[in-house]
Design a protein around this ligand. Structure first.
Ligand code: FMN
Length: 767
């Protein structure tokens, strides 16, 4: 036996990564000796010889029109052997990793028989074309499936595979392998499986996976790839692989194993084609030249994974990753489907039968629709019609009678007051106010069309905002030297009329009062520095809140009590997110996803004001899907929502609770005034302010029809916890403000134009 063969055998036996079978042709002297030494070295564990069956198939295939009897078939095989011994026919294949020695037809006959049933879905000529092609597969999860399908179809001349990972038990829900292969490199697993199907196929392994350094080698060495199948997890490599494939004009195919999504990028036909159909054009793909950190990667992930079109279960599962799930799910059915689809697409590309580029879905759930997931039960109630000038004016005579006489307010003064009112905070930035200037008085109306919510039929939340608005007018008037009288109105037939303002004459402007902070005040959702609140701030806040009749301030400070508040707020946020109606209202009415949206509507919650990182924004996008949320709710999951405000609360100097003797419309208005005073004072003290209203506002809305018994119980638990931790006794908590020290927010929320909120604004008066 020649020493080279010995060496090969030794290597093959000892090398844990061996995946190349050894071929011995008994008619070749050296191979005979090699075979013998295999036996004498005790390397052969099993001998498998079904060569006669293979010969019979070969003979039958060569004369497809003929019907052979068993005897005729054996005669034909004999004839085919032309006197040679059957043992010496073909090739003996030794698989070093399992000690099997298998007797097979030699390459051409083997290929002929093994691909016979491809014909004529793949003709013999097409098959021959495929044998000249090189395919690269990066990532061997879906990639394994693609590789095996391609190997089964014998659709390549060379398959280059790359993955740096090893087989784990948790891979075995979708990767085809036995438990005896656990710990094996995924490349080796695939290469061995292919070699066991067909020892003549050329498979080149990149066990180290794809790196910046070896990418070009993978694409080019041994001949340029004809198609690249990109199935890896790394965002940088995904981008780089496309950039290099484009540069070398190699077509790229990617299957995403969810909803049968498949991407085809024909850089071979369209050299100028943007990467990933232009979906990442707004980003900087050259960023991939540097190693991306987790946050930098995320903007690329959404378009790559097709976030907006993911299946409901995938979205719901993504919400759970890091909480009740260690990683996102992948099913064998989707992976196998992906393997089959990619194999079909690759073959047709190689044969010139498919030229299209784009993103396609071959989704069984859409093609074969069924029922999955709970129904999304949103309680809808018709929004009331907006206030009209007429209905506002109709309320005036009676209101006029019920209010004390006052000096007339002129238009320039009213313009200043309305502008100050507009700066007030409001729930969801809905700005539920409308002004009318008549007979020298200024009337403030509640515009329920702006604040309408099925969860808040009593409309207590907008009363808090309107209270803040009232306070802004009073503070502004004091600042500019107008003694402003105001009366809160309970109009018998027009409940939308909230307050009437008149002047009692000029006064000396209050210097250094709260009015200095009217335009500074804002919501800041950043993290705090955890610095202590300080005695002076504490005293000033208590005093400010007590300016309003009935209002009291309760402060919680210190890590332990803040943590308690964080947990209660977390529970409330989770309840709010998982409730179908609250979820619907948050995402259809409140959130403004883009700057353009925010600029167009000039209301709502501009996502940019949330101070979120890219991963949190992605999370919000996923969580905006009502069907996904319905699943999370059914699974009794959604722990992620408990962390929404927790870290921010824990980073605060204090949380301020404003309490009232009770919470009705009148007290909610007063609570809103107290909240605004505290907010303005805190701003003056250099404190950042962030309302965290969920536990209290849910408590106010608990009796609405949108909550079920279980939710009401949970809301009751949160509300009770808040009363306890702030020691409000039998008073009603009305609002929570997180106080902390931090830089100014990166973005300020916008306001409606004044002529929208001032019903009879003269054009000249608008600043
Ligand atoms: C009644 C009420 C409830 C609010 N609830 C929350 C809340 O739960 N979370 C939050 O981040 N902001 C909350 N805010 C803040 C508003 O979103 C904010 O005031 C509005 O978007 C306007 O922005 P500005 O305060 O920066 O002017 C609330 C404000 C009010 C008046």
């Amino acid at each position: 036996m020649d020493t080279g063969l010995h060496a090969r055998l030794r290597e093959a036996g000892a090398d844990a990564l061996s995946c190349a079978p050894l071929l011995f042709r008994p008619t070749v002297e050296a191979d005979r000796a090699g075979l013998e030494s295999l036996f004498s070295a005790g390397r052969v564990m099993h001998v498998h010889d079904r060569i006669l069956d293979q010969l019979r198939e070969l003979v039958r295939i060569q004369s497809p029109a003929r019907r052979f009897t068993a005897h005729e078939l054996d005669l034909a095989v004999k004839e085919h052997l032309a006197g040679a011994s059957v043992t010496d026919h073909g090739v003996w294949v030794f698989y070093p990793w399992n000690g099997r020695l298998v007797h097979l037809l030699d390459k051409a006959d083997f290929a002929r028989v093994r691909t016979d049933r491809n014909r004529n879905k793949i003709t013999a000529e097409e098959q021959a074309v495929l044998y000249t092609k090189r395919i690269g597969v990066i990532g061997l999860s879906v990639g394994q499936s693609v590789s095996l399908a391609l190997a089964l179809e014998r659709s390549f001349g060379e398959l280059r595979i790359a993955d740096h990972d090893r087989l784990d038990l948790s891979n075995l829900n979708r990767l085809r392998s036995g438990v005896h292969n656990l710990g094996l490199p995924k490349t080796v697993n695939v290469a061995r499986e292919i070699a066991e199907i067909d020892p003549f196929l050329k498979v080149t392994c990149f066990h180290e996976g794809i790196t910046r350094d070896n990418l070009d080698r993978f694409l080019l060495e041994g001949g340029r790839l004809d198609v690249l199948v990109e199935e890896c997890d790394s965002v940088d490599i995904k981008i780089l692989a496309r950039q290099r494939a484009k540069a070398h004009r190699i077509a790229v195919v990617m299957d995403t194993s969810d909803r049968g999504m498949i991407d085809v990028e024909r850089f071979d036909l369209e050299p100028e084609r943007p990467l990933l159909h232009g979906l990442i054009d707004h980003l900087d793909p050259d960023a991939a030249a540097h190693t991306l950190n987790a946050e930098d990667k995320l903007p690329f992930v959404a378009p790559m994974a097709g976030l907006s079109t993911l299946s409901k279960r995938m979205k719901a599962s993504m919400i759970e990753v890091g909480h009740s799930l260690a990683s996102w799910p992948q099913l064998a059915s989707s992976v196998f489907l992906g393997g089959a689809l990619a194999c079909d697409v690759v073959r047709r590309i190689l044969l010139g039968q498919l030229t299209a580029s784009g993103r396609f879905h071959i989704d069984p759930e859409t093609l074969l629709p069924g029922a999955d997931g709970p129904a999304v039960l949103v309680v809808r109630s018709e929004p009331p019609p907006p206030l009209t000038l007429r209905s506002m004016r109709d309320a005036l005579p009676e209101a006029h009678e019920r209010t004390k006489p006052a000096y007339p307010l002129d238009e320039p003064t009213v313009a200043q007051l309305v502008e100050a009112g507009a700066w007030a905070p409001s729930g969801g930035n809905d700005q539920p106010w409308r002004f009318l200037h008549e007979h020298g008085r200024l009337y403030l109306f509640h515009e329920p069309a702006r604040s309408h919510s099925a969860a808040d039929p009593g409309q207590l939340v907008p009363m808090l905002s309107l209270g803040a608005c009232v306070e802004n007018l009073l503070v502004k008037a004091a600042g500019v030297g107008i003694a402003l009288s105001h009366e809160l109105i309970h109009h018998p037939s027009e409940p939308r009329l909230v307050a009437v303002f008149g002047s009692t004459g000029p006064i000396r402007p209050v210097e250094h009062g709260l009015s200095s902070w009217l335009t500074e005040r804002c919501t800041n959702r950043r993290m705090g520095d955890g610095s202590p609140l300080g005695d002076a701030a504490r005293a000033a806040l208590h005093a400010e809140v007590q300016e309003i009749p009935g209002a009291l301030a309760h402060l919680v400070e210190g890590a332990e009590r803040l943590d308690r508040v964080a947990v209660l707020c977390g529970e409330a946020e989770r309840l709010r997110f998982l409730n179908a109606t609250c979820h619907h209202e948050l995402f259809t009415k409140e959130v403004r996803w883009t700057d353009e949206d925010a600029q167009r509507t000039r209301d709502g919650l501009d996502l940019a004001t949330f101070e979120m990182g890219a991963s949190e924004v992605l999370g919000m996008q996923v969580a905006s899907d009502p069907d996904a949320i319905a699943l999370v709710r059914r699974w009794n999951a959604g722990r992620v929502f408990m962390d929404l405000s927790g870290p921010a609360i824990r980073s605060s100097s204090a949380v301020l609770c404003i309490s009232m003797p009770r919470m009705d419309r009148e007290h909610a208005l007063l609570a809103g005034r107290a909240m605004e005073r505290a907010w303005l004072r805190a701003t003056g003290l250099g404190l950042a302010v962030h309302p965290i209203s969920a536990p209290i506002l849910l408590g106010l809305m608990a009796h609405s029809a949108v909550f079920d018994t279980k939710e009401r119980e949970a809301i009751g638990h949160c509300a009770g916890g808040i009363r306890e931790v702030f020691a409000t006794g039998d008073r009603s908590p009305a609002f929570l403000l997180r106080l902390f020290r931090a830089p100014a927010p990166s973005v300020r929320s916008l306001r409606l134009p004044l002529n929208t909120i001032w019903a009879n604004a003269p054009a000249m008066a608008i600043p």
